[in-house]
Design a protein around this ligand. Structure first.
Ligand code: SAH
Length: 358
């Protein structure tokens, strides 16, 4: 059927899309265009994303499998390295088809549940001073299929160990909102109930604060997918000293975007705050942070700075972290502490820089 539609896409093999990065509607359009027909979209999508099968193993696809393969790419992605930390956290190195490598982290939660931290870019352009990935610069963004492929590889690995991958956090390498279309499509695919079927509230996109894209993200997902903002300061002066992008989007613009962010039910914004001793942990800074948080349904997540070679800061002591928590409590700001996990395998926040693999 529709065999006459075939040559159209064959003329442009360079533009072949990554099959794993097509949302279900995009896949349906492609299947129509190449003469397979959109009636097969759900079966193909389910085969790729729920059963994680190669095209030619998808049931009842017959000769269509070869046609789809001819019009798409399916770049291989494998786990090149896995390093287990004594606390159960596992750092994964994903090898992409062009030889680029990105990192992910598997973090065991309660029961058999596991959280995966995925990467959205090879390196990062944001150059935050406290982040190891920021020292690498940006090589390229991942396409949606490369983001989804990390989840598929991790899903298989976790299942083989008897666990269940339940949460996805975009907190690996890269700035997901600097690379928004791929992030958006990946989230759409991951949420699709014909495929991986992750719950929106179990997906968290973390951003350094690309304000226009935060607003776009709110429009696209209506606040159902969790947003985390890496704030890390209470004042513009401090924020600008540690995050170059802060000069572009100041505290007030961030606060307005957060106030406008839809939060269904009892949902809260996550505000990440890396504790840098002597930099952002003084009473004036925390006063300003508390004022910034006023009237905003949010949870401030304190992250003790994880040091890396050449870092211009030192790690806070547990006391120094608790002192910030005490200041927040006194100011009635809801907060929690993310005690570091995976430090011994350089898989903790901000330590992802591929030091072992080059
Ligand atoms: N680009 C996204 C994702 C980054 S990683 C963002 O900025 O949110 C996820 C979190 O780890 C961010 O809050 C980031 O600021 C934090 N982080 C980066 N380097 C860190 C370090 N060395 N120690 C602790 N947390 C760090």
């Amino acid at each position: 059927m529709h065999a006459d539609a075939l040559p159209v896409l064959e003329a442009a093999p360079e533009g072949r899309p990554n099959l794993l990065g097509l949302t279900r509607p995009a896949l349906a359009i492609l299947l129509d265009r190449i003469g397979v027909g959109r009636t097969h979209a759900l079966r193909v999508f389910r085969g790729l994303h729920a059963l994680r099968l190669p095209l030619d193993a998808i049931p009842d696809l017959g000769r269509h499998a070869a046609v789809i393969a001819a019009h798409t790419r399916r770049p291989p992605m494998r786990i090149a390295e896995a390093r287990q930390s004594p606390d159960g956290t596992e750092k994964l190195v994903f090898a992409l088809a062009d030889g680029a490598r990105v990192e992910g982290v598997l973090i065991p939660m309660k029961g058999d549940r596991v959280t995966l931290c995925v990467s959205s870019q090879v390196g990062c352009a944001m150059a935050c001073r406290f982040c190891a990935t920021g020292t690498m610069g940006l090589t390229r963004g991942l396409d949606a299929g490369e983001i989804v492929a990390q989840v598929h590889a991790a899903t298989a690995r976790v299942a083989a160990a008897g666990g269940r991958l339940r949460n996805i956090v975009f907190m690996g390498m890269g700035e997901p909102l600097h690379h928004y279309p791929a992030t958006r499509d990946a989230v759409r695919i991951l949420r699709d109930d014909g495929g991986p079927c992750f719950k929106a509230r179990h997906i968290t996109v973390s951003t350094v604060g690309v304000v226009p894209k935060m607003r776009q993200f709110a429009r696209d997902f209506g606040g159902r997918v969790q947003l985390a903002l890496s704030l890390h300061a209470g004042t513009d002066a401090t924020r600008e000293a540690i995050i170059p992008l802060a000069k572009r989007y100041g505290m007030e613009a961030l606060r307005r975007a957060c106030l406008d962010h839809p939060l269904p039910g009892s949902r809260k914004l996550m505000i990440e705050y890396v504790v840098l001793p002597g930099v952002n942990d003084g009473p004036d800074e925390i006063d300003a942070l508390a004022a910034w948080c006023r009237d905003l349904p949010c949870l401030v997540n304190l992250i003790p700075f994880n040091p890396f070679a050449g870092a211009p800061y030192r790690a806070p002591t547990a006391d120094e972290v608790l002192r910030v928590a005490t200041q927040l409590r006194a100011r009635k700001v809801p907060h929690s502490v993310r005690w570091p996990r995976g430090r011994s395998v350089a898989g903790a926040c901000g330590q992802l820089a591929l030091e072992s693999t080059g």
